[in-house]
Ligand binder design. Structure first.
Ligand code: G3P
Length: 216
């Protein structure tokens, strides 16, 4: 499973990238707004840090305006993936942009039927939101399993990007389900490293070594 960072914060992206395990970055209008810089400037800076798919989302909601905005975003850098909301005009824009060779990520997927439409439109990526379904008292991971099954049944090429992953367990379950990509907030990525037995084990190794050879 590829690991993307779900943030527009440059310090977080630099730190994650320095670990050598970040394959791409997803942003959305809320994350861009949090950083306070225009989207063109912010995503260009992200492209300078990570050499992988970088999603940049349109804020237009009408077909022709989405196309115009999507084309502009795609011109920023060859790694830009144009993110579109999963509404009728968004799916229509996905089909049109993909036919022009512009890769798309259709976001805000909460139901497998929506995912079927997005795959038929030829999206490069679909983003189902696990955590937000959990927030409603349902099991968001079922959506990942359903999409993996449906896409496999028909050989759809659209990559499933499990989004709204908030815990290490979400990441493990998304990987077990067969999501192609998981996008994680920095905090979730950082917490994946942690295990008390790792710390305890390392502490014992170093103490045992130091008893015989001293500390460096
Ligand atoms: O970027 C989309 C998604 O990952 C948002 O996650 O935690 O705001 O539901 P969350």
């Amino acid at each position: 499973m590829k690991i993307f960072l779900d943030t527009a914060n440059l310090e977080e992206i630099k730190k994650g990238a320095s670990w050598g395990i970040v394959d791409g970055v997803t942003t959305n209008p809320s994350l861009i707004a949090k950083e306070g810089k225009p989207i063109e400037e912010q995503v260009r800076a992200i492209c300078d840090i990570v050499d992988g798919d970088i999603s940049a989302e349109v804020v237009a909601t009408e077909f022709s305006a989405m196309l115009e905005e999507g084309r502009k975003l795609a011109k920023i850098h060859k790694n830009i993936i144009v993110k579109l909301p999963l509404i009728r005009d968004g799916v229509q824009a996905c089909k049109a942009l993909e036919s022009e060779g512009i890769r798309t990520n259709v976001t805000l997927c909460f139901q497998a039927g929506q995912g079927l439409l997005v795959a038929k439109a030829g999206a490069y990526i679909i983003s189902p939101f696990v955590g937000r379904i959990d927030d409603m008292g349902a099991d968001g991971m079922i959506l990942i399993h359903d999409l993996v099954k449906i896409y496999k049944n028909y050989g759809f090429k659209t990559q499933i990007l499990a989004a709204s992953l908030r815990t290490p367990n979400h990441v493990i379950e998304a990987a077990k389900a067969g999501a192609h990509i998981g996008t994680l907030p920095f905090k979730t990525l950082d917490s994946l490293f942690n295990h008390p037995l790792t710390d305890k084990g390392l502490d014992a190794f170093l103490k045992d070594y130091a008893k015989v050879f001293g500390t460096k």
